[in-house]
Design a protein around this ligand. Structure first.
Ligand code: ATP
Ligand code: MG
Length: 566
């Protein structure tokens, strides 16, 4: 998953710092005086929720502005009236802010520049660089030629400047129906680059726009609008993804012909893809509509809103994006790498507490009935700064079902008849008996405890091989935990033959569990390590005053290996 280009990779004990190819280009521009500052932007189209790939673009653009002491703009590319939605504007702002990309007072909407774009088009007409065409979309496609054949001149390309000005104004004034006329840039119908064969730059569309209402019935095309937006805002480096590489000559043509004094420059990098993970808006929209997921922020998705809800931190996402590097070569990253990053980030930050996800009772036969003892428990053995808390202990506890076996295999060190283990932060207990229900399921494990063995008492006379977690039954809080797997079955293949998703029926497991009472006041987005179970985050949506709901962010086990730094 590492890119070919050098990357900046910072982890605990290693630090490999080198410059990516965009930084090298910027260094060169600054050295040669092409620009004397760095000004970047993030330009999403407000037509969906942002995902992990967008996070890369956001952090890259913002990071470069920071690194060079420059500026970063947040700009909604809302020039297309058909697809946009104000709900998405708000969600995108929340996501970008959460990632820490601070646009300060530089929040812009491309639709605010419609007047300048119109003037730009008029300027091109006056220079003889644009003309109004009556060809239909289909005819334009036919005239464009192919990769091996040059295009044919548009029969309307010889209209005079005066005629074009008048027709374009009529287009603006609503005289024509959708598709009846377009404005084309006059570049070169024989260009080997299809994008340069007199591209359409304005079209008629009688549609309301969320910002400009019914003021316009002509709208600029992306390739014409985007360079103008960048130039107006004083962007220096317009960073976009590889699919725009072939559009760069057109980008340069627009800023040159419109004679901007400080033309921006476009640089392309490869998109970030996650292997076997669904990011396409089309698929996610369907999952939402079919009620398979609980909205765009369902914790099984990788929209930024979903990652946030699940419990990922901005720091973990930044670490992941840095690890993937910036490259010109398309590559895919493993979801396991993202999991590695969140574990690294939470390892020292989050308190480690006890929770029992699949409870059975453990009864301590020789412990006094009704007595509750408050024991000291460190919050994070690797980070003393997190302090300690008190946990209640009593005669009846809950332990996890998998920590008891009637007939243990070799090397099983937890509870089984006759075996002694340590209850974490508490005492040694020895299994003396167990109870089963009519179906043969174990419902209760009986033990005796040894008061001499209290944690922290310095007891060394005997050793045990296993330590298990537990929660005191009388004081436990009931909570819901949600355990996740990939929403698609990656082993059998993400897509079915008909192109639909091959859904994983086990992508969500809901359990009622018991947690220590210290979690009573946990708030939305609080994160904990449940010892031996993973990292969990309080769900902001479904947690109520009566019931905590925890999302498992990630389990503790990992098969991920850090890639070698180059
Ligand atoms: P999608 O179709 O995946 O939702 P998009 O390209 O339509 O993405 P835009 O709103 O146009 O979404 O994208 C905003 C910015 O984010 C663009 O600069 C785009 O190049 C960048 N971007 C989009 N997807 C990725 C990705 N997977 N990796 C990196 N950058 C991306
Ligand atoms: Mg797009």
């Amino acid at each position: 998953m590492m890119s070919e280009e050098k990357t900046t990779l910072q982890t605990e004990n290693r630090e490999v710092v080198s410059r990516n190819f965009i930084e090298m280009e910027i260094d060169k521009d600054l050295k040669e005086g092409v620009y004397d500052t760095v000004h970047t932007r993030f330009p999403p189209e407000p037509n969906g929720y942002l995902h992990i790939g967008h996070a890369k673009s956001i952090l890259l653009n913002y990071g470069l502005a920071k690194e060079y002491g420059g500026k970063f703009n947040m700009r909604f590319d809302d020039t297309n009236p058909t697809k946009e939605d104000t709900e998405f504007v708000e969600s995108i702002k929340a996501d970008v802010a959460w990632l820490g990309a601070d646009w300060e007072d530089r929040l812009y909407f491309a639709s605010d520049y419609f007047d300048q774009m119109y003037e730009g088009a008029v300027k091109l007409i006056k220079k003889g660089k644009a003309y109004v065409s009556d060809l239909s979309a289909e005819e334009i496609r036919e005239y464009r030629g192919t990769l091996t054949e040059p295009g044919k001149e548009d029969p309307y390309s010889s209209r005079s400047v005066e005629e074009n000005l008048a027709l374009f104004e009529d287009m603006k004034n609503g005289k024509y129906a959708d598709g009846e006329k377009v404005l084309r840039a006059r570049i070169n119908m024989a260009s080997p680059n299809m994008n340069m064969r007199d591209p359409v730059i304005y079209r008629v569309a009688h549609m309301s726009h969320h910002n400009t209402g019914d003021k316009w019935c002509i709208y600029p095309m992306y390739d014409f609008a985007h360079p103008i937006e960048d130039a107006i805002e004083g962007i220096t480096h317009s960073i976009c993804t590889l699919e725009f590489e072939d559009h760069r000559p057109l980008y340069d043509w627009v800023v040159r012909e419109l004679e901007y004094p400080h033309p921006p420059r476009q640089i392309e990098f490869a998109k970030l893809y996650l292997k076997n993970v669904i990011t396409g808006k089309r698929y996610i929209k369907k999952l939402v509509q079919d009620g398979i997921v609980d909205g765009w922020d369902d914790p099984r998705l990788v929209s930024i809103a979903a990652l946030r809800r699940r419990g990922f931190t901005p720091e973990s996402i930044k670490m992941f994006v840095d690890m993937c590097g910036v490259s010109k070569a398309n590559s895919t990253a493993d979801y396991a790498a993202l999991e590695y990053c969140i574990r690294e980030d939470l390892k020292l930050k989050s308190p480690r507490v006890m929770a029992v996800l699949d409870p059975i009772k453990l009864v301590i036969d020789n412990y006094p009935e009704g007595e509750i003892e408050w024991l000291d428990a460190p919050n994070n053995l690797e980070n003393e700064e997190l302090g300690s808390r008190k946990v209640p202990f009593g005669k009846v506890l809950y332990i996890d079902r998998e920590d008891f076996m009637e007939e243990p295999p070799k090397k099983y060190f937890h509870l089984f008849p006759g075996n002694e283990v340590r209850l974490m932060n508490a005492y040694f207990v020895k299994c003396v008996d167990y109870v089963k229900d009519a179906d043969g399921n174990v419902t209760e494990v009986h033990c005796t405890y040894d008061p001499e063995t209290k944690s922290g008492s310095g007891f060394t006379a005997r050793k045990v091989k296993g330590t298990i977690h537990w929660v005191c039954a009388d004081t436990a809080l009931e909570a819901e935990v949600r355990l996740y797997e990939n929403i698609v079955d990656e082993e059998k293949g993400v897509y079915n033959e008909d192109g639909s998703l091959n859904l994983n029926p086990n992508s969500l497991t809901v359990r009622t569990c018991y947690v220590e009472p210290s979690l009573k006041d946990a708030k939305a987005y609080d994160r904990f390590q449940f010892v031996r179970q993973g990292y969990f985050c309080v769900d902001y949506k479904d947690t109520t005053a009566e019931k905590l709901v925890f999302n498992r962010i990630v389990s503790l086990k990992s098969s991920f290996k850090l890639p070698k730094a180059n």
